[in-house]
Design a protein around this ligand. Structure first.
Ligand SMILES: [Zn+2]
Length: 229
């Protein structure tokens, strides 16, 4: 007999973890970020804001080196210091930075940022529940299967989010008159730029699918838009 108690305990654990990780993320971001004040980027984000009918888009610099952008569960957009440095160096253009901001806005608008935190603690709970259940039926291998199933599910969910955010960004960049080209050119640079993050960035930053697949998806989208126009 599989009793229900382990599952209830796992759900309770997930709720506590969710509250805790949301609180921890906000505290970390508050402590290590400042609002971005860059006239060149502001001109571009103002075009995104105008396309959305908003007064402005608040973008913050998050003081870590790994190249990344992220959307906090409360809707703020963050660009890492390492990424901003690439822009200042001229390795990444302003339009390419705008494409990252548009992508992160997509995560906010589509409700991913909030769900991702839930996913993260939900994953732990699912893993715990599966280990408890499967571990009883199949000793030893049950734990391995539970881990594998949870990771597979998580990767699938987060990859879907990335493609959705890319699509949202493509539409927004097109509406703002910036276009999809910088999105694609940045993806081509991304693999190289993110080399330094391996083993440094927290796990919740590393959920992006292969860049070649993302470029291909954008090209399919462009082709579709061109035929329906
Ligand atoms: Zn993303």
């Amino acid at each position: 007999m599989i009793r229900i108690t382990p599952i209830l305990l796992a759900i309770l654990y997930a709720l506590v973890m969710y509250r805790l990780s949301t609180w921890r993320t906000h505290r970390e971001l508050d402590a290590r970020s400042t609002e971005l004040a860059d006239p060149g980027l502001k001109a571009l984000t103002d075009r995104l804001a105008a396309a959305l009918g908003l007064a402005r888009i608040p973008v913050y610099i998050y003081e870590i080196d790994p190249v990344n952008g992220l959307a906090a569960p409360d809707g703020r957009i963050f660009i890492t210091r390492g990424f901003y440095r690439k822009y200042r160096n001229g390795e990444v253009s302003g339009e390419e930075m705008a494409s990252v901001i548009a992508h992160e806005l997509g995560h906010v608008a589509l409700g991913h940022a909030r769900r991702r935190m839930l996913d993260f603690s939900g994953q732990n709970a699912l893993r715990t529940a599966l280990i408890m259940v499967l571990g009883r039926i199949i000793p030893v291998a049950g734990v391995w299967i539970a881990n594998m199933l949870t990771s597979l599910l998580a990767a699938r969910l987060s990859r879907g989010d990335e493609y959705e955010a890319d699509e949202y960004a493509a539409a927004l960049l097109t509406k703002a008159g910036i276009g999809i080209a910088p999105q694609k050119s940045l993806f081509a640079k991304l693999e190289e730029l993110t080399q330094s993050r391996a083993g440094v960035a927290p796990a919740w930053l590393m959920s992006h699918p292969k860049t070649t697949e993302r470029i291909a998806a954008l090209e399919r989208l462009e082709a579709r838009w061109q035929t329906t126009r």
